[in-house]
Design a protein around this ligand. Sequence first.
Ligand SMILES: Nc1ncnc2c1ncn2[C@@H]1O[C@H](COP(=O)(O)OP(=O)(O)O)[C@@H](O)[C@H]1O
Ligand SMILES: [Mg+2]
Length: 234
Amino acid sequence: MLSVKNLVVDIDGSPILRHISLEVAAGELVCLVGRNGAGKSTTFRTIMGQRRPVSGSITLEGRDLTQLYPFAIARLGVGFAPEESEVFGDLSVADNILLPTWTRQTSRSVDEREALAYRVFPRLERYRTRGGQQLSGGERKMVSIARALALDPKLLLLDEPTEGLSPAIVPSIVEGIASILQLGHAVLIAESNMHHVPDFADRLYVIERGEMVYAGKPNAVPKSLSAPNGPDGE
Ligand SMILES: Nc1ncnc2c1ncn2[C@@H]1O[C@H](COP(=O)(O)OP(=O)(O)O)[C@@H](O)[C@H]1O
Ligand SMILES: [Mg+2]
């Protein structure tokens, strides 16, 4: 479904991504693992059209994305929950979640898309009229993921969905991701800690300093790459 080939991205003249390739098939959970600064968010922003690559290709179901604006990529069915969850404090939880239903119409009704968000994160239903400013960090992450899901995407990009959350809330995020997969959406997750990769991941990529150093089964990652913060520690 998503195919990234030989992606090269420079920022202010410095090479940030060097010939990155990755694939996500329909319904798959794929993880992109790398330490802080490795290039995960840059990869996601480039897929979303927020950055233009120097070279390489990005296609969704065979269609080139590299010349499109972010809203057009969202409209084609790529949902994105960025690292910094931008929850609007003056909108209710429900209104925050429903924003993308304006961008993309699908065979699912708006009500159905809201209901699916609550099926994935049941806690949010109780808070549906609550203002976005009255939420904990974990709940803000849930809103951010639920909003990307309300696009009814073919593919969902989640940038560090459990980063900075208390260990108590992490399982409800992971359960949410599992039920998103059950709904049939493909998911690509960026994760800085190999040990936080969900055990139901289909495939895993390891990125180091802008280069892909592993692509394969999650349970076959060489030990040298699987230390919590990569080979050099941090
Ligand atoms: N807006 C920016 N301006 C300058 N450098 C950036 C910018 N965004 C990212 N970088 C650099 O690109 C590299 C990769 O960053 P990023 O993609 O955010 O990594 P990750 O998400 O894996 O932590 C880092 O060296 C970072 O400093
Ligand atoms: Mg990042």
